[in-house]
Design a protein. Structure first.
Length: 95
């Protein structure tokens, strides 16, 4: 089991609270939806080992989807992404 967490920001680096973050296992299609807090931070815990897609959605921004986040036991990963409408998701740890 592991977790995926990160912070959602816009193109200027300002945090975006209330964003829906969907974390989906690419093999099983199991999805977990979480909401970014007032600091733009989100976390999904107790995720099975696997490869995940992380997507973020917020009204007024284009949906951002990043695939291929490999969640393995006892490993921390960092990834960054940006949508063309300036919405960013930066998963900071995946373990």
């Amino acid at each position: 089991m592991g977790r995926i967490s990160g912070t959602v920001t816009d193109g200027t680096g300002a945090v975006i609270p209330g964003v829906t973050v969907t974390i989906a296992n690419e093999a099983t299609k199991l999805e977990r939806k979480v909401t970014a807090d007032e600091n733009g931070f989100y976390v999904a815990t107790a995720l099975p080992v696997g490869v995940y897609t992380v997507s973020v959605e917020q009204e007024g921004f284009q949906k951002s989807v990043k695939t291929g986040h490999n969640l393995v036991a006892d490993t921390a990963l960092r990834a960054q992404g940006i949508a063309s409408q300036a919405l960013r998701t930066a998963p900071t740890s995946m373990w």
